[in-house]
Ligand binder design. Sequence first.
Ligand SMILES: [Zn+2]
Ligand SMILES: [Zn+2]
Length: 266
Amino acid sequence: MANCWFHHEEILPDVFLIRERFFQSGNRANLWLLRGSRTDLLVDTGLGLWSLPEYLNAVGLSSTRKPLLAVATHIHFDHAGGMHQFQATALHRAEVPALEAGDDYEAVTWLSDSEVVQPPHLGWRASDFCLQATTPSRSLEDGEVLDLGNKQVEVLHTPGHSRGSICLLERSNGLLFSGDTLYAAPLLDWLPYSEVRTLKASCRRLAELVRTGAVHTVLPGHFETFSGDELIRRATAYADGAGLVHSVSASAMRCLASLALRFNNR
Ligand SMILES: [Zn+2]
Ligand SMILES: [Zn+2]
């Protein structure tokens, strides 16, 4: 059973893209598994409606013999919803309280019945869904390094989409896990705790990083992978293009989104 809940493909050696099979939505996140010689790293955990640890075991992607660290790129429900399923977990310090409280407002929990094409159990309704509170085993800071044995993964705090958004850089293969800070679609900067000014700064930081030659392939939180050059193009377009009018309209949208979320998650 467990092996049908998700599907995966190895897109690069020891880099797996995992997706939730029964969550059909633009909000369905890319979940990434990076295998290390001593520890495996899972980047984002999905909704948590289906057991990702069971799936990883069933398809041979993980075993009890090797530790697995599950890191959420940020608190949003489509990324951190499954954190409670794992023993070793990590999240940026700024969003630890929200995960510990199961804060659906900060997690932007927004799920409809039509997006879940096969409910996890009989009688399940999207209105039952909430971010399950859990205490991460580790809270992350900018500049920290996650040691996987033969790979070292650097934590970059890139706030703006949310206040604790991070990107993860694996230099030896030039991989950047960009979460929702940057993907190949218009960026979401109007959610609760989003901030245009800091997202622009994070985009500039990422573009600078790519210019140093550190990034080959960007593995985003949604949609398809893209190149470092494409990152520079997208990050620069956002940082240079989001002016006063953009900031004002993002603020207006944030007010509406906040009201809707408060109402939806009463
Ligand atoms: Zn997000
Ligand atoms: Zn997302």
